[in-house]
Design a protein around this ligand. Structure first.
Ligand code: OSB
Ligand code: MG
Length: 368
């Protein structure tokens, strides 16, 4: 699989409404769209989901751009891969930088599927025709969060996730439970708590939450294991799992009951599939996480979620949840809490070049 060029487009789009967690408010989303072109002119698409600042992981758009342009892309342009799984070995001399690596690996998997005339979901062994959609209610005041929850329920989402932090937790959970007794509800803390907050977390146990996502610190796999023993609500790990090795540790320590898998956070499909198989073998549930992303990454998330084991709704929402106009020609839509997989070749979506022109503020085409 010899490549002719790789284009990097740095894009920026305002969210319809700012997205707030206890760590950061995202009002404007920057990202990098990857177009990997082979010698026949077939193009594979990827998206780097790093944020403008390092609040979720240490990567940033500017840092990822440098790593892509100066480190990873030169390796890829020199290589002649037979299979996308070889990206792992190619990039093995580069530490960290999962989101930069994942964005290129996504483009290579898409290209590989397009070259062989198949949908990418078929290449990775997906079976689901429709994937389960879920939506996120960002942090806000009680009234805003209740209103947003009822809007999303009306749009048909099968699961709602709210953002919580110390002091901004039981009140909102109690109110949502009172208003929507049967709502499949979960809470994501983005590591806002420590074990000292055990009483506050135990209070959440009585509201029938599907799970509580990443309550403790990024490095706290041991502490999550201690916490899980004190809670009946399953703990879901997000930030703590960045590699198959982390997954092994979490399983050995029984640190969680559920795992949120994100292609960007774990460095791409190969690692995501390794983590997925470990979860299946250990009886852990998995779902696909979201990164307030654009249509290319959303399409990759849908591909991943066609795997049979993705049996819980992911943070997979319509393009319209965050964007006035997405950057793909056919936006992602949700019906009755589900998203139909795309049956075209590769990830089954194309860039809307007119929209790309409007939102791109820097583009570079890199050749060998
Ligand atoms: O913790 O899952 C998270 C968004 C950005 C960074 C981290 C997270 C999130 C979300 C929103 O929860 C997911 C989405 O709807 O894209
Ligand atoms: Mg999370």
């Amino acid at each position: 699989m010899k490549l002719k060029s790789i284009a990097l487009s740095v894009v920026s789009m305002p969210l319809k409404k700012p997205f707030t967690t206890h760590l950061q408010t995202v009002a404007e989303r920057e990202g990098i769209i990857i177009e990997a072109v082979d010698l026949e002119g077939i193009t594979g698409l990827g998206e780097c989901v790093a944020f403008s600042t390092p609040w979720y992981t240490e990567e940033t758009v500017k840092g990822a751009y440098h790593i892509l342009k100066d480190v990873l892309i030169p390796l890829l342009l020199k290589a002649d891969l037979r299979h996308p799984e070889e990206c792992g070995r190619l990039f093995s001399g580069v530490r960290g930088n999962a989101m930069a690596k994942a964005s290129l690996e996504m483009a290579i998997w898409d290209l590989y599927a397009r070259q062989s005339g198949q949908p990418l979901w078929a290449v990775i062994g997906g079976t689901r025709q429709e994937v389960l959609a879920g939506a996120v209610v960002p942090a806000g005041n009680m009234g805003e969060m209740v209103k947003r929850t009822s809007e999303l329920m009306e749009e048909g989402y099968g699961r709602i996730k709210i953002k919580i932090s110390p002091g901004e937790d039981e009140g909102i959970v109690r109110e949502l439970r009172r208003t929507f007794p049967d709502l499949p509800l979960m809470a994501d803390a983005n590591s806002a708590y420590t074990l000292h907050d055990l009483p506050a977390l135990q209070k959440l146990d009585r509201y029938g939450l599907l799970m509580i996502e990443q309550p403790l610190g990024v490095d706290d796999i041991v502490e999550h294991s201690m916490l899980q023993k004190e809670l009946s609500t399953p703990v879901c790990l997000d930030e703590s799992i960045v590699s198959p090795h982390d997954m092994k540790s979490a399983i050995a320590l029984q640190a969680c009951g559920v795992v949120n898998i994100k292609l960007g956070r774990v460095g791409g499909y190969s690692q995501a599939l390794d983590i997925y198989h470990q979860c299946l073998e250990s009886g852990l549930s998995v779902w696909c996480g979201g990164m307030i992303e654009f249509g290319v990454s959303r399409a990759h998330n849908i591909v991943l979620s066609t795997l049979e084991g993705f049996n819980l709704p992911g943070d997979l929402s319509s393009s319209a949840t965050y964007w006035e106009q997405d950057l793909i020609t056919e936006p992602i839509t949700v019906q009755h809490g589900r998203i139909l997989r795309k049956n075209g070749v590769g990830i089954g979506v194309e860039l809307d070049q007119r929209r790309m022109k409007e939102i791109t503020f820097h583009k570079e085409i890199i050749t060998e």
